[in-house]
Structures are given as C-alpha cells and as structure tokens.
Design a protein around this ligand. Sequence first.
Ligand SMILES: Nc1ncnc2c1ncn2[C@@H]1O[C@H](COP(=O)(O)OP(=O)(O)OP(=O)(O)O)[C@@H](O)[C@H]1O
Ligand SMILES: N[C@@H](CCO)C(=O)O
Length: 316
Amino acid sequence: MAVYTDLQEGDLRGFLSLYDIGELRSFTGIAEGIENSNFLVKTTQGRFILTLFEKRMKPEELPWFLGLMAHLAGEGIACPQPVVAKDGVALRQLAGRPAILVSFLEGQSLEVVTPQACEQVGRSLARLHEAGLGYRAERANALAPEGWVELFSRCTDGGDEAVKALMAEVRTALSALVAAWPEAGSLPRGQIHADLFMDNVFFQNGHLSGIIDFYFACTDFLAYDLAICLNAWCFEDERHYREDRAEALLRGYEQVRPLNAAEHQALPILCQGAAMRFLLTRLYDWVHTPEGALVTKKDPWAYQRRLHHFRKADHV
Ligand SMILES: Nc1ncnc2c1ncn2[C@@H]1O[C@H](COP(=O)(O)OP(=O)(O)OP(=O)(O)O)[C@@H](O)[C@H]1O
Ligand SMILES: N[C@@H](CCO)C(=O)O
C-alpha cells in the first residue's frame, strides 16, 4: 500500500487553489507503490497525480528529480511533468510533507511481457538517455558499488539458514564484482532511470505510453540502465532467461543509440551489478521489514538466480 499520509479534503482544496488547474472533483489514494503516498486527483480540468514524499526521500534531492522530469517531458519523453503553481513553484508542502502534482499518464503496466514490448522499452530507454544529455546537473548513484558494500554491511542482522547462505554467497560475489566494475570514465555516462521495471512502464493499445517513477534516477553508465532492464524484463518465471526478449530489448535500444564496443563488452558485468543491486535492496528489506508490516517483501533469491545467470554469460 502506498498511502502513508492522511489527506484532508479542505487541505487539498487550499493546496489546489494555488494552481490554475480547476476545482477539485475527487481524490483517491493509490494502492500501488511503496516509497511515497500517491493520490489520483480529478479536477474540473483533468486528472493529476499528487505525490507526498515520505521519509526515505531526501527533500534536498527533490529539485533534481523534478528538474529531470520537466526536462525530459520538454524533450518529448512520455513521463510525468511537474505542474507549476501560479507562483511558478512546483515543489510545495501539503499535510506536513513535500508535495508535487504531476501530469497523469494514460495506460497500464503489462501483465505479460513480449519481445515486441521489450523492443519498445529498449527504444524508449535510449530516447530517454539521449534526451537526458541536455540535463547537466548530476546526481551520484547511491546504489553503485560503494553503496552496495555499505548496504550489505547493514544487512547482517541474522536471519534463517536460507538468508545466511545467501549472505555468504553475496559476501564473496560482491568483492569480485566491485573489483571488476568498469572505471568511471570508461563508458558513456548520463541520466539513467535506474528502476525501469514493468510496474514503471505503461502501455496503451499495444504501444508504450509512459514511463513513471523517476525517484531512483541518477547519473551513471547509460549501459547500466540497459543492464537493469535486461534483469527486469528478460526472465520468465523468475528463472529462465529469454534470449528473444533480450535481443529485442537490445535491438530497440540500438535503433536509437548504438552501443560502442566497450559497452557491449561490459554488458555481462553490468548485468551482474544490476542483479546485485536489486538482490541487496530486497535482502535489506527482507531482513529489516517487521513481520506483519503492510508492504509485501520482494524476493531477493529471484535476483540471486539472475546473478548466477549473468556470471556464466560471456555475452547477453
Ligand atoms: N503520472 C502518473 N500517471 C498515471 N498514474 C501514475 C502516475 N504516477 C504514478 N501513477 C500510479 O501510481 C502508482 C504508484 O506510483 P509510483 O510507482 O511512482 O509510487 P512509489 O511509491 O513512488 O514507487 P515505488 O514504490 O514503485 O518506488 C503507479 O503504479 C501508478 O498506478
Ligand atoms: N523495482 C525494485 C523496487 C523498487 O526499487 C524491485 O523490484 O526490487
């Protein structure tokens, strides 16, 4: 569930009066998502998404994310566009939280992945990368190798035998991966989405209609974003690698932005890194989320299996 903060109608009406987007018709909490509280807000002028940022977000980082979304939307990327109030400000306070309104995107996330969908995801990712080159401000990736090591050091709270075995494997794999990670200047860098999973991509009538949830976006190797997508989109039943999907994803991407030789060569290690990143955040949540909490814990072993796959692969 993702409505952590109670929102009173009177407060929302007062908030909306600062904007030029009509009168409130209705608002409803959105159950999907984990990080922030989201509401669908209908006004006499249309639909908007209201996000109240919860504690895990650093308020000082919010302008970077909003600036990126505004920039990408301005470049024609189908992503949420922050709505600016009458005073020219998009980031405000509501119900004691930093709050923004963004444009509503049509479509739904897929339930079944096809190679055709992967090709569209690849194309859109490459367009996003190209469009992001004009956004000059950088945000370091907190979930890059140094961040993985730090996160892992905070995972060691015990757990059952399966968790202990996974941790033992991660300890060994992590140091090898950190040692093999590409040097900072060795691959093209830019703004990456960094969490382009199925739930963050909308389709409508068979066409990709929108990309949401930019709150892990950061500045890193562009090909690492592709590695994240290869992990997220190209496994069936959480274990079988689907080469047809991977080929389609790469084909779509390279139609817009061909990879250079160094990027091609680095893909297997970048894919291992992406598997490790999601394994670690899931493992952290697995050991730290109290029993009975309302959030569903995501399975870290699904990413152990991906790590095994990409460790054996000499190409993707
Ligand atoms: N711009 C938008 N247009 C339409 N629907 C949206 C938009 N933004 C968010 N949503 C809806 O709200 C849900 C939650 O949004 P989102 O995934 O950004 O939440 P979150 O808690 O920040 O994310 P997460 O936990 O996945 O990191 C989405 O699954 C989608 O249904
Ligand atoms: N997409 C992530 C959750 C948000 O980072 C995962 O599936 O683990």
